[in-house]
Design a binder for this molecule. Structure first.
Ligand code: GLA
Length: 386
């Protein structure tokens, strides 16, 4: 063969090799990719947990440039990029750039799926059918967000993706074993994230048990509609469709009372800047609001508007309550995505849920799940600008 032909063949081999290499930010094709249909959702490696479990990141995109990245560690929403009123896309949730930071930094549930029981259970115990169950006490004497190793700290399994849908979706499954963090029953659960063409991020949950147990799942993103890490959230205007809330004791456990918000700094029935009365709320907002809708139909729970970007987020849910947390425990000790430092009130959470400490409050709606029944719930975050 002539020398020239050899040169051409070798150049072609180099081009093929280089184009097959991983590029930073490009989708890394893993062998498992072939096993699942990843329509509208890209899958890439996001590193390994300290015990060697491979973690993947799924990117859901739509034609408006909205992009949600979800990883199977903690079923965590890693980022959510949405356009502002001028069409500029920014990431509006707090988080970390790397898996290592999520694992090692004891993340305050940034973007996490929280379970088996979101929020607090007083005294870290409850009685079910005459049996007392002791849970992990990880918030003083109380149980918070599923315990020491809650659903936010386990690797979920991507079970199914958007094969027959015109929407981008990823479904993550996890089986929480009988006795995990003190809860009874093997609980098989799933969380599905769907990004619609209309800039809605839907989060749907399902769970089934083989023994009577309690379940209360939620989503724990810290939002900043001006862009993550850019400022505090005190000038965001918030509206909650809640005439009442559940007052708490010093351990943030509801006292059992359901109190009107009327004529108090707790009142967000009309849009109000989050910071307008926060000084009058000791410690800041960290309260469960009793939604006017009850728990029967998908209804508007919250609307947030950020004036400089024009971004609006509406939250719809079938849940009876929503925890409004104004990022009071952020204190500048976290350096998050893109090197941004998260100061106090740099993000807010709106966690749709059943009320905190329901297992110990007979007057609150039940969180009990029996074998043979299916737990289902859904929350939708809708974004637009004005
Ligand atoms: C929830 C709780 C807060 C706090 C954060 C995590 O929203 O209500 O009190 O624990 O999670 O820091």
């Amino acid at each position: 063969m002539k020398k020239g032909i050899w040169v051409i063949l070798m150049l072609a081999a180099v081009v093929i090799y280089v184009s097959g290499c991983d590029k930073k930010g490009a989708t890394v094709k893993e062998p498992q990719d072939e096993e699942t249909n990843l329509m509208n959702a890209n899958k890439e490696s996001f590193g390994k947990t300290p015990d060697g479990k491979q973690v993947f990141l799924y990117t859901l995109t739509n034609a408006n440039g909205t992009r949600a990245r979800i990883m199977d560690y903690g079923a965590i929403l890693v980022s959510l990029e949405v356009p502002d009123k001028d069409g500029n896309v920014s990431d509006i949730t707090l988080g970390y750039d790397t898996l290592d930071e999520y694992v090692k930094n004891n993340s305050p549930y940034l973007g996490a799926t929280v379970g088996r029981y979101a929020n607090r259970i007083g005294g870290a115990k409850f009685v079910l059918n005459g049996v007392e169950y002791k849970l992990a006490a990880n918030d003083g004497n109380n149980h918070l967000h599923g315990g020491v190793k809650g659903f936010d700290k386990v690797v979920w399994k991507a079970e199914d993706l958007s094969a027959d849908s015109d929407m981008a979706m990823v479904k993550l499954g996890y089986v929480s074993e009988d006795g995990e963090e003190g809860y009874p029953g093997n609980l098989a659960c799933s969380v599905t994230y769907t990004l619609t063409k209309d800039d809605e991020l839907k989060i749907s949950y399902q769970a089934e048990t083989d023994k009577t147990t309690i379940v209360n799942l939620t989503h724990h993103s810290y939002f900043n509609l001006a862009g993550q890490g850019t400022s505090d959230i005190l000038s965001h205007e918030l509206m909650l469709t809640a005439d009442k809330y559940t007052p708490v004791d010093e351990g943030l456990i509801p006292t059992g009372e359901i109190r009107s918000v009327k004529d108090t700094p707790m009142d967000f029935t009309k849009p109000m800047a989050i910071g307008s009365r926060i000084e009058q709320v000791p410690g800041g907002y960290d309260h469960n609001y009793v939604l006017n809708s009850g728990d029967i139909s998908m209804s508007l729970c919250a609307k947030v508007y950020e004036p400089t970007s024009g971004r609006v987020m509406e939250i719809y849910s079938v849940e009876p309550g929503i925890q409004f947390y104004s990022g009071n425990f952020l204190d500048g000790s976290i350096t998050g995505k893109a090197g941004k430092v998260y100061q106090k009130h740099y993000g807010f959470c709106l966690e749709t849920q059943h009320f905190p400490d329901s297992p110990n409050k007979p007057d609150f709606l039940s969180v009990v799940l029996n074998p043979g029944r299916k737990y289902t719930t859904e929350t939708v975050h809708k974004f637009y600008t004005k």
